[in-house]
Structure formats: C-alpha cells, structure tokens
Design a protein around this ligand. Sequence first.
Ligand code: HEM
Length: 619
Amino acid sequence: MAEPSFPGRVLIKVFKGVNKVVKWDKLPSFIGVFNLLAFRLELEKDNLHDVYPNVGSQGTPESCPMKDPRYLVTRNSDGLFNKLDEPLMGCTGMRFGRNVSREHTKKPTEEELLTPNPRVVSDQLLKRTEFKPATIVNLLAAAWIQFQLHDWVMHENYDPGTDDIEIPLLPDDTWPSGHMKVPRTKPTAPLSTLDESCPAYKNINTAWWDASQLYGSDEATTMTLRMGAVLGKLKMREDGHTEYLPRDANNLPLTGFNQNWWLGLELMHTLFALEHNAICDMLHEKHPDFSSDQLFDTARIINCALMAKIHTVEWTPAILDHPTINTALHANWWGFLGEKLDKLLGHFSKSEYIQGIPGSGVDQDNVPYSLTEEFVSVYRLHPLIPDNIAFFDTATGSHTKTTPIAELAFQKAQYAIDEKTTFGDAFYSFGINYPGAITHNNHPSFLRQVTTPDGQTRDIATVDILRDRERGVPRYCEFRRLFHMKAPTTFLELTGGNKELADKISGIYAGDLEKVDLLVGMFSEPLPKGFGFSDTAFRVFILMASRRIKSDRFLAGTAWGEHAYTKEGLKWVQDQTMGSVLTRHFPELKPALKGKDNAFRPWVKVGKAAEYKGVETTA
Ligand code: HEM
C-alpha cells in the first residue's frame, strides 16, 4: 500500500470531482492522462494486498543465498534474486496476490459456486452464435496476449478424478458422457487461519516480466532449451531454410511453457526464439570475448525488455485505441519527454514522469510483488480466438486454405506450415485475419468442447465462470465498487440500454444484479470509444501494467543499464518494434507492413487477398 504524496492526494480528489461530471475518456487527452494517473495512485493505495502472513515468506539473503554473483546482472529462471533482500519474491510457485482485501475473497459454498449454473451462462450468454470480429486489431494481437499471459501466470489444478467439481447438466445438454467434471484449483498449504476461509493459490510461472514462457520458469528447463546450441542460443530444428521449435516425444514444442498451444503461440515462440538468437549474433560480433553463458544471459534480458516495450507501446494502444491511453502508455515507457527527446538527450532523469518507468528506480508500493487473482480474471479473453483461420500467400495475396483452429492446436500447431504455407505466409495471414471481439456470445465453439493433451475435455466458457467464483474473485458489482467505480443499479444500466440483453441476463441471474459474474458484467458494459475490452478490466491494467515494470530490478532498477544490457543491447531494446522484429526474420512481410506503425493493427491486404470475402478477414 502506498500512501500518495500531498500532490497525489489532491490529484485524486480533483478528478473524483471532475468524473462526477465528465468521464475520464471524454476529457482532452492532455488532461485525461492526469486522470489516469489519479486512478493509478488511488489503486496503488487501496488495491494491492499481500496474501502471505509475514514478510519473511519472501525469503532472506541468509535463507536463500546467491551462490553465483552473475544473478546480480542477469535473470534467474526461477525468478530468484530480482529483489535482492527478499529473493523469493515473484518466484515460480509463489502465491497469487490480491487486488481486493481478503475478506472479499471468501471461498464460496458449493451452492454459491454453482449458482447460477455456469454451463447455462456458457450456453446462453457466451456460446458463439456467429463470429463477431474485433476489427481494430489483427489475429497477432490475440496470439501476443496469450503469449504474454503465459509469461506471467498460470494456476495449478488437481489431477482429474482427485477433487472434481461436477457441474449439473440440463436434460437437453449434449455434453459427451452426460457428466461435466472440472478439477478444482489446488490451494496452497494454509499458513494462517485466514487461508482456510480465503484460500491462496500458487502461480506455476514466475510473476516477473522475464519471458519465462520462452526460457522456462526453472533453471533446469532453461538448460534443456539451450542444449546442443552454441553462442548462447536457443536450440532450433533446421529443415532446409526453415527453423522450427524442436518437439518433445509427444510432439509438443520444447519451450518455456507449452500449455494451451496453437498456431498463434507457435508463431510467437518461434519469432522470439529467432530474435534471441539474432541478439546473440549481434552481441557475439560486438563482444567476441563473451562466453556462451554471458551471451545467453545478456540476450535474454534484452529480449525480455523488448517484449515489455512492445506490449506497453504497441499491443496495448492497439487494443485500447484511445488518444489518452496512447499518450499514457508512451509516457510509461518514455516519460512525458517522449521517445525522440529521450533518444536525443540520453537517459538523464530518474523521474518516471520525465523519462519513463525503465531506470526510474524500483518501487513495490510496500506490498511484495506478485500478480493477482483479479489480474488473471480480467485476462480471460477467450472470445479473441476465432474458429477458423484463412491463409494467404505473402507474395501474391492468393487465398490458399481456410483451416479450423481445432486442426491447428496442441500437437498439430506446426502442421499449418507445409509446402503451400511458409512461416512468412502464416504471419501475413495472422496480420490480416481478425480476432473475435471480446463480448457476449463470442466464445469460440472450438474452446467450448476442447480436449487438451492431458486428456481432459472442458468447456472453457463454463470454466471461465467457474474459476472466478472458485477463487473468490468478487462478482461484477462488488468488483467495481472495490475498484472505485460506480456499480450499475439496474440490468438496463449494466448493458448500456440494451433491453434484450438486460432481460436475458436478468433471467439467468434471477433478477439479482449483485450475482452477475465479473466476466458477464465486463462483456455487457458499454465500452469507451476505441476500446477492445471493458473499462472495468482496464482499471486492473492501469495498476498492474505499471507495477510489472516498476517492481522489476531489470527494468526499473539497478540492473537497467549498459553494465547489464551492454550499450548495443539497450539500443536494441529502444530501437526495435514488433514490425522490425517480424521483418528481420521474415523480410517478405515488408510490403504488408508498409506504412504501418503498429503491427497489431490490420495489415495491408497485398495482391489478391482483398478478393477473399470470408468472415475471417472481412468485417
Ligand atoms: C487456442 C487458444 C487457447 C486455448 C486452447 C486455451 C485454453 C485454456 C485452458 C485449457 C485453460 C485452463 C482452464 C482451467 O482453468 O481449467 C485456460 C486458461 C486461461 N486462458 Fe486460455 N486458451 C486459449 C487462448 C487464450 C487467450 C487468447 C487468452 C487471452 C489472454 C487466454 C487467457 C486465459 C486465462 C487468463 C486463463 C486462466 C489462467 C489461470 O487459471 O491461471 N487464453 N485457457
């Protein structure tokens, strides 16, 4: 919890008054950014909650000594030593924190868990009836966010059959086997009596922005991924002119985190593994004295920071296409001085407002860094996934095939790359395919009956509802109040005047607005102009997006500098973009990216691609 300074308190108060008359998104953007800052300061004060009983749980230099001083300037795969005096902070296996105080996160009774029936919510409110595209972004934006999410979070569930939740099915439900069972989330061992009534869950990935989805969340995995590669590189499988991610015995990719795999993740992981290897080549040329470990370590922090920058100044402004957000997010990275002046004058100020959060000094707002249950909930963006992908030839734009995602998922993800489709073609196709809009009745059919490689068949829409309840995430109205937002007082207000939707939701929730699930509420509320997801979700992002950078020694702290990154490395981070990464590895994409300053917005339809009239690329 961070008590704001006097000017901060004034800012919060002023904008509380202003927002009674004008909402933040309607203000001119140079005022709106201060409104967002006021939100952030208030959220930092009230919405960061540790779930450990004492600070000792984050480890001490004595209980967890750093045996190899290399970790002063490079990341440890387990997430250790990011904070030197509390070395376990953000590590693999540490608990998810909370954005609301724990008395609001009680474990539900079985009745609360299943009311209203989550399968009914899935069937009536979430099931895709027709594909509704999100036309402000392309399909790379969907793949990117899942790729990032796998860097930050993942829960651990019980093995199927050990402790299942059985979801009652209505008589006409066609679910196979007639029984829908979902293994419960595994709670961590209680450390206090509070943990009994409000269980805590562990994050099986590191919570740091350390690209653990690519490099692994433990040192042993990282070593495996490097085995057989030289000069600090990640191992790839070469086949003619194409480099692929290597496979395990089950034909799943060998990478840092390979759950919930599909072609989108195949593309992202391949691209950033290639980028890692290109950074190693650059470093080797400039620093021929570097050992393989030094090359790996340095390339990893450069690659991680580049991804953090791409996410901050490219992905987020693409999906939240609003001038105030654009200004605020560029200020997060570059400060109000802006990119051009930062590059011209060099990094001279420690103020995050003047030159951005990187290098401005670590601050965890007096709460140990973790990602939170509420953060996971607002990232449940499964409607982004379409059911089919249309593929095109990069050179001619000719349509080559349209393939159901089910045939491009898990072990089959690499099958899209064949004699007709190169990686370049697949990237190009993602550049002009739309993801689904994050709204009602748009969860893909593929994910509403999906069998994962562990043999479980789940309806992810049902699971999305169930998990938030199970993990004690407040329902929509309470969630909004706890995030300092006004809760709606009627169903009609919730849906912004959409009577048909309001009546439908009211019917499902038996007229009790307080019972409306967070996800359902977020999908119902009217969006600010240009927004791809709800203002409610955005409040969590305002807080947590800055915190991910500001808490991290390798981004905000003492390890942000030439001594760790090298001069060339820092320049690489600051100069490269998603577009330059794509065209470095796939130069054939240049015509499609011509004139595009953001690779997550729909690309140019080259040649014959414009003739294709399928829903995948045509709004
Ligand atoms: C084809 C693509 C995808 C597949 C196959 C997939 C599958 C899954 C599965 C099986 C789970 C675990 C469900 C459980 O709790 O039992 C899950 C969780 C989740 N997915 Fe996806 N998903 C996909 C795309 C996405 C995308 C694009 C997002 C957007 C960020 C996303 C966000 C999440 C989140 C936030 C969770 C909860 C993670 C946790 O419990 O820690 N997924 N997904």
